[in-house]
Design a binder for this molecule. Structure first.
Ligand code: CO8
Length: 374
């Protein structure tokens, strides 16, 4: 019995539809021009603000994002709708997020060389769940034929890392033999496609990981979880006010504050130093420095944030091999970003190499896992 806890497989699923910056900006600008023309008098009188125009060049320069996947593209680029058209499903049908979660889960199980019989806990953890109950995790557990228990978790940008922490603890404590952590990040319904400053930020994706004891792991790429570290600090700078009380509040569910909104500059300035301190303290716990880390799987919100954080940690710009960037293709996928980076960039690491997974964002919340290739 080695007692060490490992990540033995990961899975990544993306929707078949993507939207480029150019497509998104063309639709937004047409919407903004229509809005300004229709509201000329109110804008003139100062009772309404004119919608400013967006630019694909700005988006790429300010964020590094070139495109994003969208679960349902229909409706997003329709200037009379500006939101995805996701039909409500009957109660007997699989939910949208379960439909996203299942292929990612199957890929993670395959990579880990596991079947449903090897798993006894399912955690679905993401920025939003499309309903409160029954838990999506239990729906996915049922669809995959897993015995045991499942539960949902919400921790915005850190949902995936915080769920991996829980998985690590359950395996360490011996209360689970195999944990499937799944992150179906269906962000597009909460994106305000009418807001020039945030319409480009998010994409839809699902990721999954299998966590188990080293003794039962049999896959090719096994990473020991050396330790975990988490911190939260309350901030209103990234917020969504939509919730189950909205109906009783008698408010407009389409109002801008009910969707994702942020003070992007403040987030940038406050979260980067927090992440640097957090990571440095985590490594110091093991008498390691940044130079000892072969791979950084960082949260994928903004390329300039990652560049600043890695510069502060390493004293120089990290190479793309050291700190892979996936947000150019995937955009910000809430908690899934660091897991996508891991899924696409871990197979070349050698036994003994250290890597660090780290999420940072809404909450604020930061979650890291120090891992070592077996
Ligand atoms: N096109 C053209 N110009 C623009 C645009 C645009 N689309 N947007 C802004 N501008 C203009 C501004 O008006 C401003 O003009 P001026 O200087 O004349 O006032 C200028 O460009 C600069 O604007 P900003 O200062 O706002 O631009 P930044 O350089 O700060 O870049 C970013 C904006 C990209 C938003 C940047 O601030 C950023 O990335 N900050 C960090 C954001 C972040 O990490 N957020 C966390 C997100 S939360 C999360 O990860 C999960 C939450 C839960 C999921 C939610 C799912 C929906």
């Amino acid at each position: 019995m080695t007692n060490s806890v490992v990540i033995s497989g990961s899975g990544l699923w993306n929707p078949p539809h993507s939207i480029s910056n150019e497509e998104l900006v063309e639709a937004y600008n047409a919407y903004a021009q229509q809005f300004n023309a229709q509201n000329g008098d109110a804008i003139e009188a100062g009772t309404l603000s004119a919608k400013p125009l967006s630019s694909a060049e700005f988006i790429q320069k300010a964020s590094g994002i070139r495109s994003r996947y969208c679960y349902i593209k229909d409706g997003v680029l329709d200037i009379n709708r500006m939101r995805p058209n996701i039909p409500e499903r009957p109660e007997e049908a699989l939910s949208d997020q379960a439909e996203m979660a299942i292929p990612a889960a199957k890929l993670a199980l395959k990579a880990a060389n596991k079947t449903a019989q090897d798993i006894d806990v399912v955690i679905v953890s993401c920025a939003y769940t499309q309903r409160s109950y029954p838990a999506l995790a239990i729906e996915v557990q049922n669809a995959l034929g897993i015995k045991g228990f499942g539960f949902d978790m919400l921790v915005a940008c850190s949902a995936a890392t915080f769920a991996l922490h829980r998985a690590y603890e359950m395996i360490s404590a011996g209360t689970a033999k195999g944990v499937l952590v799944i992150n179906p990040e269906l962000t597009s319904p909460q994106v305000n496609y009418c807001d020039r400053d945030s319409h480009f930020i998010f994409g839809d994706v699902a990721t999954a990981m299998v966590v188990e004891n080293a003794d039962t792991a049999s896959s090719q790429h096994v990473f020991e979880i050396v330790s975990t570290k988490a911190v939260t600090q309350f901030s209103n700078n990234i917020r969504s006010n939509f919730g189950y009380v909205s109906r009783a509040n008698d408010v407009d569910p389409y109002a801008a504050d009910k969707l994702f909104h942020q003070e992007g500059r403040k987030v940038f300035k406050e979260v980067c130093p927090m992440a640097v301190v957090h990571i440095s303290e985590h490594l110091a716990r093991h008498e390691l420095t940044s130079a000892d880390i072969k791979r950084w799987w960082l949260h994928q919100a903004n390329i300039n944030m990652n560049s600043l954080i890695s510069k502060k940690l390493l004293g120089r710009e990290a190479t793309l091999e050291e700190a892979p960037i996936v947000l150019d293709q995937y955009a910000n996928t809430a908690s899934a970003g660091s897991i996508i980076a891991f899924s696409l960039h871990h197979q070349d690491l050698q036994a003994g190499d250290y890597g660090l997974l780290c999420s940072f964002g809404a909450g604020y919340s930061i979650g890291s896992l120090l891992v070592r290739k077996k």
